[in-house]
Design a binder for this molecule. Structure first.
Ligand code: NDP
Ligand code: BG6
Length: 477
């Protein structure tokens, strides 16, 4: 019977280095590498960016004889002040002490504003001194600017970089810009941001980071789907009844209410992280694994999803959300949403302050025709890819992958930026198509025309969301 019996899943090693190598484009680059974290005094920098850089350093991807790291922000700090702020967020342990202090010595700090030349001229001077100290030939050195900053300052910061901090690229060197989400608040603002940055940098220099694209099993989706004959004949509307892409967190917006209330769960999670996952689940086989071929297929998926209608959505807001002093008393911002995408029945749901923390893709197959096992209740086949916590792939009965050391999403993505691989970054037309799906709905929510339903923290979210899924054909197994 389909729903019984244990499946053993043998994980065949699949080296991305072999299979994702893009002809000769991925030849290792040499030359001095400067990584500049703008907004170094902030939350993302200390919690994610610097720890990711440390792990890359430990694994030998950043060599101290060619790498230097710079922090830049307005707060007045000494090099040691910044190092002390970061230290507590790096992995602990006696065996790491030397690595941690060697890594921290690579970091220098420059303080300056985001809209005046002086700070950026000083930054350029510090980078150039480092390049000269490493005997780097002019034109061969590499500069990676990581904007760990609020998007409101992206345009002015990009202008300053362009005017004062560019590297000459005639000998294989480059200047790349990594920008964090949110890329705009709706279609118009995203397009404006894209145009402002696009006037200064070419698309191949811009890396729009979506850290879900750096997660181990998200990166594995194409391999799973297209390297296994097992799935090829099944992965279509004849066999699949629906797909659920689920994001749940068992904590609320504690400490981030001010930011979150401006955005809500759709802009924070669904329009970006979950839509990217949807693309990888739904896209056709790309012509090759070249980043542009993959991103072309993703855009086609997004363009074929119709803008969300009210009857395809349930919104919720957990009770107690408005107790946060930074959240207005009349806030209608959703902290939970279930959305049905009219694209061969895919749906996405995301919520904060629920009863568990997980992100998963649940592919539910149709019932087997002519069920001969009348005596037993036959559950529907489901193929589940759990992205977190404890990455796992299971079908029918659980077949977890052997645990391996799984790098953090940010580590992979920073390494991809250094290698110049844009496959796991969001292209401008992808971003536009993603906003087109959600903008009309978001505007109705912003104007208070679509209400969020209350739900209890620690619950499954509003019961109406389960009813919506049922109407869309999902059967609880
Ligand atoms: P912060 O609010 O901590 O800002 C980072 C730094 O930017 C601050 O230390 C401050 O540095 C400067 N800054 C803050 N507000 C302003 C402002 N209005 N004008 C100019 N400079 C300002 O942000 P995060 O570090 O949390 O996030 C950075 C980016 O990453 C944002 O785009 C965010 O959406 C995104 N992001 C963050 C995540 C997180 O976990 N924190 C997760 C995913 C994305 P100083 O005053 O010293 O110049
Ligand atoms: C961020 C959101 O992009 O992703 C946060 O702004 C959310 O609200 C976080 O908590 C979730 O990331 P992860 O990797 O912990 O699932």
């Amino acid at each position: 019977m389909a729903a019984s019996g244990e499946w053993h899943c043998e994980k065949r090693p699949f080296s991305k280095n072999e299979s994702f190598a893009r002809d000769n484009e991925n030849v290792p680059e040499t030359g001095c590498l400067s990584i500049i974290v703008l907004g170094a005094s902030g939350d993302l920098a200390k919690k994610k960016t610097f720890p990711a850089l440390f792990n890359l350093y430990r694994q030998g991807f950043l060599q101290s004889n060619e790498v230097h790291i710079f922090g830049y922000s307005r707060t007045k700090l000494s090099d040691d002040d910044l190092r002390d702020r970061i230290r507590g967020y790096l992995p602990q342990g006696k065996e790491l002490t030397n690595d941690v202090s060697d890594f921290l010595q690579l970091i220098k700090y420059v303080s300056g504003s985001y809209d005046a030349p002086e700070g950026f001229q000083e930054l350029d001077k510090a980078i150039s001194e480092h390049e000269i100290s490493k005997n780097s030939t002019e034109g061969s050195s590499r500069r990676l600017f990581y904007l760990a900053l609020p998007p409101s300052v992206y345009p002015q910061v990009c202008k300053m970089i362009k005017s004062y901090c560019m590297n000459k690229s005639d000998l294989g060197g480059w200047t790349r810009i990594v920008v964090e989400k949110p890329f705009g608040k709706d279609l118009a603002s995203a397009e404006e941001l894209s145009s402002q940055i696009g006037e200064l940098f070419d698309e191949p220099q811009i890396y729009r980071i979506d850290h879900y694209l750096g997660k181990e099993l998200v990166q594995n989706l194409l391999v799973l789907r297209f390297a296994n004959r097992f799935f090829l004949p099944l992965w279509n509307r004849d066999n699949i009844a629906n797909v659920q892409i689920v994001f749940r967190e068992d904590f609320g917006t504690e400490g981030r209410g001010g930011y979150f209330d401006q955005y809500g769960i759709i802009r924070d999670i669904i329009q970006n992280h979950l839509l990217q996952v949807l693309c990888l689940v739904a896209m056709e086989k790309p012509v090759s694994l070249k980043p542009e071929h993959i991103r072309d297929e993703k855009v086609k998926v997004l363009q074929s999803v119709v803008p969300i209608k009210d009857e395809e959505v349930v919104l919720g807001q957990y009770q107690g959300y408005k107790d946060d002093p930074t959240v207005p008393n009349d806030s209608n911002t959703p902290t939970f949403a279930t959305v049905i995408y009219v694209y061969t029945m895919k749906d996405g749901k995301a919520g904060k302050a629920l009863n568990s923390r997980k992100a998963e893709i649940r592919v539910q197959f149709k019932d087997v025709p002519g069920d001969i096992f009348k005596c037993q209740k036959q559950g529907r086949n489901e193929f589940v890819i759990r992205l977190q916590p404890s990455e796992a792939i299971y079908m029918k009965l659980t077949a977890t992958l052997p645990r391996v050391v799984i790098p953090e999403a940010y580590e992979r993505l920073i390494l991809d930026t250094i290698k110049g691989d844009q496959q796991h970054f969001v292209r401008r037309d992808e971003l536009k198509a993603a906003w087109e799906i959600f903008t009309p709905l978001l505007h109705r929510i912003d104007q208070g025309e679509f209400k969020s339903l209350p739900y209890k923290p620690g619950s499954r979210g509003p019961v109406e969301a389960d009813e919506l899924l049922e109407r869309a054909g999902y059967v609880q197994t």
